[in-house]
Ligand binder design. Structure first.
Ligand code: SAH
Length: 359
C-alpha cells in the first residue's frame, strides 16, 4: 500500500481498481494516504486555506430531491428569502472581515423574479468590492440565466452531480430531475465561462466504492476547477432519511470515507480547489473541517447567517454551528488552522490554480 500511495503522490494516475483500494483504507493506512495528499496540497498550493463566506439566501425550492431537507414537499420548513439589503449586509460582513470570496447558495427557482434578483445581488456585491470572488450555488438553470449571472459579475458556480452513477442519481431524485440535464448544466456553465465546481455526496445508501471511484474519474474527465463534497447525512423529514436513518457507526464510517475521497481527489487532480464541507463538521463538530484540510482540502466555507436563517436552511439533521457567534467561531477556526500549520489567506479571492493554468 505504501508503494501505491508513493507512486500516486509522485503524479502517477491510479487505475480504477487502485482508486477503490485507496478509498477502502482505514486506520494507519488511511493516515498515510491523507498525509500524502496534504503534502501535495502544500507543495502545489502552499500552507494557506481560502475562506468563502456562505450566504444561504433562500430555502424556497422547486425540487423534491429525496435526501434534501428543504425539498418542496417538506411542509415543516418555514420558507424564507432574504431581502437584497440583508444579503448585501452579510456580504459586507465577509468583506470587512477579510474573506476573499462569498458563496451565494439557495434552493432552486427559475422564475423571472429570482433570476433578476440574483443578478442584482451579484452586481450589488461587486459594487461593495470589485475584488471579492463570487460563487453561485443555485442549482440547474438555463444557459441564458447562467450567462446573465456571469455577466453580472459572478465568476464561479458550484453544481454537484451528487453521484455520477445515473441509476443511483435517478433513485435519489424525483422524476423531474434528470441526470443528462444535470450534465448538460455543467457543460452550459463551462460555456458561459464560469469557473466550474462539482461534487458528490459520500455514503448514499446503495452507493459502492466502485461508484465513488467512478465519481473521481468523472471529476478528472470533466476537467473541473473546484470540488465540494461531503458525507450524506439523513434528514428525518425526507423519504431517504426516513428509510435509512443514521447511526453513530454509519456516520463515522462515512466521515472516514469522505476524508479518503478528499485525499484521492487531491492526489488525482492536484491543483484544484477542494472544500472541507460543512457536513464533515456535522459529524465531527470540533475538528471535522480541520481533518478535511489535513486530508488535502484547501477551502473552508463558514456560514455567515443569523441563527434563525441557519435553522431554516437545514439540508440534513444536526446541522452544526446554528447558534454560534460568528466572531467567536471565526477566531476558533483561525486557531484550529494555525494549530495544523495553515494560514487563512485573507483578502485573496483564491481563483483555482487549475483554472488559471487553463486560461
Ligand atoms: N439547490 C442548490 C444548492 C443547495 S443544496 C443545488 O442543488 O445545487 C447544496 C448541496 O447540499 C447539494 O448539492 C447536496 O449535495 C447537499 N445535500 C443536500 N442534502 C443533503 C444531505 N441530506 N446530506 C448531505 N448533503 C446534502
Amino acid at each position: 500500500m505504501e508503494k501505491l500511495i508513493e507512486k500516486i503522490e509522485k503524479g502517477a494516475m491510479p487505475a480504477h481498481d487502485e482508486i477503490v483500494q485507496l478509498l477502502a483504507l482505514q486506520g494507519e493506512n488511511a493516515l498515510l494516504l491523507h498525509r500524502a495528499a496534504r503534502r501535495v496540497k502544500r507543495g502545489i498550493l502552499g500552507d494557506k486555506v481560502f475562506l468563502r463566506g456562505l450566504i444561504e439566501f433562500s430555502n424556497v425550492c422547486r425540487c423534491d430531491c429525496l435526501y434534501c431537507g428543504i425539498r418542496k414537499s417538506n411542509a415543516k420548513v418555514a420558507r424564507y428569502t432574504l431581502s437584497d439589503a440583508e444579503i448585501l449586509e452579510e456580504a459586507r460582513f465577509a468583506i470587512d472581515h477579510g474573506y476573499g470570496a462569498v458563496v451565494l447558495q439557495s434552493g432552486e427557482r427559475d422564475d423571472d423574479d429570482f433570476v433578476k434578483k440574483v443578478a442584482k445581488i451579484v452586481s450589488g456585491i461587486k459594487k461593495i468590492s470589485a475584488d471579492v470572488g463570487i460563487t453561485l450555488s443555485c442549482g440547474e438553470e438555463t444557459f441564458d440565466t447562467y450567462r446573465l449571472w456571469r455577466d453580472a459579475g459572478a465568476e464561479r458556480y458550484l453544481l454537484r452531480i451528487e453521484t455520477a452513477n445515473e441509476t443511483l442519481f435517478q433513485q435519489i431524485h424525483d422524476a423531474k430531475s434528470i441526470y443528462e440535464r444535470r450534465r448538460q448544466a455543467l457543460d452550459d456553465l463551462r460555456k458561459a465561462n464560469f469557473t466550474v465546481g462539482s461534487g458528490v455526496m459520500i455514503g448514499i445508501p446503495g452507493q459502492t466504492l466502485d461508484d465513488l471511484a467512478a465519481d473521481l474519474e468523472f471529476f478528472r474527465d470533466q476537467d473541473l476547477d473546484m470540488i465540494g463534497m461531503g458525507p450524506f447525512l439523513a434528514h428525518g423529514d425526507t423519504p431517504l432519511g426516513k428509510r435509512f436513518p443514521d447511526t453513530e457507526e454509519i456516520k463515522q464510517k462515512r466521515l472516514l470515507l469522505a476524508l479518503n475521497m478528499i485525499a484521492v481527489t487531491r492526489l488525482m487532480l492536484r491543483d484544484v480547489n477542494i472544500a472541507a464541507a460543512t457536513s464533515l463538521q456535522a459529524i465531527s463538530p470540533v475538528d471535522g473541517r480541520q481533518r478535511g484540510i489535513l486530508a488535502g482540502a484547501n477551502v473552508i466555507m463558514p456560514n455567515l447567517g443569523e441563527a434563525a436563517q441557519k435553522r431554516n436552511y437545514r439540508l440534513y439533521d444536526n446541522k452544526p454551528g446554528i447558534d454560534e457567534n460568528a466572531e467567536k467561531a471565526w477566531r476558533e477556526l483561525e486557531n484550529s488552522l494555525r494549530e495544523i500549520g495553515e494560514n487563512i489567506a485573507y483578502r485573496e479571492s483564491g481563483t483555482p490554480l487549475h483554472y488559471l493554468k487553463r486560461q
